[in-house]
Ligand binder design. Structure first.
Ligand code: VAH
Length: 320
């Protein structure tokens, strides 16, 4: 059985749905620090678990006969800069708890997300290689860089089957992201529906690696189902789909809503975005476990706007 820690979050909530579709609702226990995400809470077995509470995680694994954990709880880049110590405690202690439970034989497999945030200003910015300089400037990025080192260590020394991908910015319409620097690319779609206008907190030419949620979920499931000896990278795989700037995503929305208006007012998150790559080389993932993305910017914009029109019961219409 599977336990998802942080199931209430942007990726966790959609992983919960996808894993339940694949393995059956009762095979997937969702958990989070609170029950605020009522849609996820009411969709199947749910428990309140604090990701920093070793005893609570262990008790749930034993009580529910769990053999696989997806650890999706973390404090993201923007919030992490406001609460550095808390970001370190949450992101690192939760990982150690799950890795140690796997080392002690209570788990067969672990998924832990890393991020393009492991890269920094000294990393080659275009087509960033799988193996390269990583000098992250955010606490979140530091936790992801160090977490990758520990995952590789626990695999090599204790044989823990922990797998990871470096997610780019993830775009979805079902659950809002929390505290990320790439969140502008989610907010812009909501505002296009509700206000017809959006003020981006990143400058118009800030190119970042991004991915539609369905691609991110498919990549995660593909990685976790691959035979263990196909997984050559035990730190974390580069993962990539599309790269775009705020002006490019705005243009893709204007194609559907000709009157959409975009403004730019960069804030503290601009410095974080400037420290990250513009595009990523994910050839290792494509070679080792047949990863390939499906959604380009146009297709993602159509999916986002189509579903948000329904969500907001809006009378806006798509041009295409
Ligand atoms: C963030 N959405 O902005 C996350 C992600 C690559 C970005 O790590 O912090």
């Amino acid at each position: 059985k599977i336990l998802i820690i942080g199931a209430g979050g942007q990726i966790g909530s959609e992983l919960t749905t996808a894993l339940r579709e694949k393995y059956g609702t009762d095979s997937v226990i969702a958990s989070d620090i609170n029950d605020r995400n009522t849609k996820m809470v009411n969709s199947g077995p749910f428990e309140i678990i604090n990701a920093m509470d070793y005893d609570a995680i262990k008790a749930s694994i034993i009580a529910n006969n769990i053999d696989t954990v997806y650890l999706m709880a973390a404090m993201l880049s923007a919030t992490g800069e406001k609460h550095p110590e808390k970001a370190w405690d949450l992101n690192m202690n939760s990982l150690f708890h799950v890795l140690n439970l796997a080392k002690d034989g209570l788990l067969k497999k672990v998924f832990w997300p890393s991020s393009i945030a492991v890269f920094g200003p000294t990393t080659p910015r275009h087509n960033t290689p799988q193996h390269t300089i990583c000098e992250p400037t955010t606490v979140y990025g530091i936790t992801k860089q160090v977490g990758e080192r520990w995952c590789e260590y626990y695999f090599k020394r204790y044989g823990v089957d922990v797998r990871s991908v470096r997610y780019p910015g993830i775009i979805s319409y079902k659950t809002l992201p929390g505290g990320g620097t790439t969140d502008y690319a989610v907010e812009i779609y909501h505002k296009a529906i509700t206000d017809g206008e959006y003020t981006s907190f990143l400058s118009e030419d800030t190119e970042l690696p991004m991915m539609f949620m369905d691609d991110a979920i498919n990549a995660t499931l593909k990685l976790m189902e691959a035979p263990s000896n196909n997984i050559k990278i035990r730190s974390s795989y580069n993962l990539s789909a599309i790269s775009f700037t705020p002006s490019e995503i705005a243009a893709s929305i204007t194609k559907e809503f000709p009157n959409f208006k975009i403004n730019y007012n960069p804030d503290f998150r601009q410095a974080i975005a400037d420290s990250w790559p513009a595009s990523i080389d994910d050839s290792a993932a494509r070679a080792d476990w047949n990863w390939e993305h499906q959604y380009d910017l146009t297709q993602m914009t159509l999916e986002m706007l189509k579903n948000l029109i329904i969500k907001y019961n809006s009378n806006r219409e798509l041009s295409s």
